[in-house]
Design a protein around this ligand. Structure first.
Ligand code: TXA
Ligand code: MG
Length: 315
């Protein structure tokens, strides 16, 4: 299959309406979208990504009216978050509408909903005129794609089109909050900070970083990023050993940046989040054997950075 590259959101949306799989930019990472009500297209998403069938997809919407098509009811906690954070990098899980194809939610009776804020994503979703089921546009087990080139590298030739846009400005996925149960729980730290969420929803349960809730978030059972290189978490940049087959990423300066095969010193945690997945991809392309990643304070977007670093370092 030849993958069409386009910069036209309306053309990309027309393909989705015809059942095609189209990658599109968002403020977090690129998504691989299909009409959420087309069961065959949804099945194709799992097939091309080689995604485990028990890992549900996020349904992306353009406007609040579309909520009624995919959700059975919105609890007060969910409505509070939706009112405050949509559109933006937050995903809210609520009870699903029975007419949604079961494959979208991997058979669960809840559905994950997100309304992106990125202008190209909004134009695209508006033109689709249907809710769009979309996981991150990477091959399962690879870092999420934050550029259209990364989408092409992973999925080119296997999907119908890529709606090209600029590199993702957040670079890390949306925060996922489960509001389908009595007590709302943060399932995946992401681009919206836990502190911002708790400020409007004090009842939100925020698990400690090391804690996992595999029963409630199927996606967290699967290893997110299984790098060929070994990922070593360090507190002090001095712990990184300079070598052509080693890489360093962090916010502190190393003694000899040119001694590393790849080196990125981010000016703050936001930049660290933005470049992390692309850095991992660059390291793979450069045959780096060891990636030293400096730990950050686990607050703000630092919580999401630490979460992704720990998953990448997990053996
Ligand atoms: O920023 C993002 O969220 C990006 C962009 C494209 O929107 N999407 C993304 O999708 O990261 P994905 O499929 O890579 O991650 C979705 C996460 C998975 O951990 C999945 O298990 C969880 O959300 N999830 C989806 N539906 C769920 C549900 N009903 N209950 C629990 N977890 C759910
Ligand atoms: Mg993903």
């Amino acid at each position: 299959m030849k993958t069409l590259l386009t910069e036209d959101p309306a053309a990309a949306a027309a393909l989705v309406q015809g059942g095609a799989l189209v990658a599109f930019p968002t403020e977090t990472v690129y998504g691989l979208g299909a009409d959420a009500f087309n069961a065959d297209s949804v099945a194709a998403i799992f097939h091309v990504k080689e995604r485990p069938a028990d890992n549900p997809l996020i349904v992306h919407i353009a406007c609040h009216d579309q909520l009624a098509d995919i959700a059975a009811s919105i609890p007060r906690s969910g409505q509070t978050l939706i009112d405050r954070f949509f559109p933006g990098p937050l995903t809210v899980i609520v009870r699903r509408h029975t007419s949604l194809p079961p494959a979208v939610t991997a058979g669960l009776d809840s559905v994950a909903v997100r309304m992106p804020s990125h202008p190209i994503a909004r134009r695209f979703l508006n033109a689709c005129q249907c809710p769009v089921a979309a996981p991150s546009a990477n091959h399962s087990g690879r870092p999420s794609a934050t550029t259209w080139e990364a989408v092409r590298d992973d999925l080119g030739g296997r999907i119908d089109a890529i709606l090209r846009g600029p590199p993702s400005e957040q670079g890390i996925e949306s925060t996922v909050v489960d509001c389908s149960q009595e007590i709302p729980v943060l399932l995946r730290p992401g681009a919206t900070s836990a502190e911002e969420l708790v400020a409007v929803l004090p009842s939100l349960r925020v698990p400690r970083l090391a804690e996992s809730l595999p029963a409630r978030s199927p996606g967290l059972r699967h290893r997110h990023y299984a790098p060929r290189a070994s990922v070593v978490l360090i507190k002090d940049p001095k712990e990184a050993q300079p070598h052509a087959a080693h890489a360093f990423i962090g916010t502190g300066a190393v003694q000899d940046p040119s001694g590393f095969g790849r080196c990125h010193i981010a000016s703050d945690v936001k930049e660290y989040a933005r470049v992390l997945f692309d850095f991992f991809r660059q390291c793979e392309a450069a045959d780096i054997r060891t990636v030293y990643c400096q730990e950050v304070i686990g607050s703000g977007v630092g919580r999401a950075v630490m979460d992704r670093l720990r998953r990448a370092a997990a053996k």
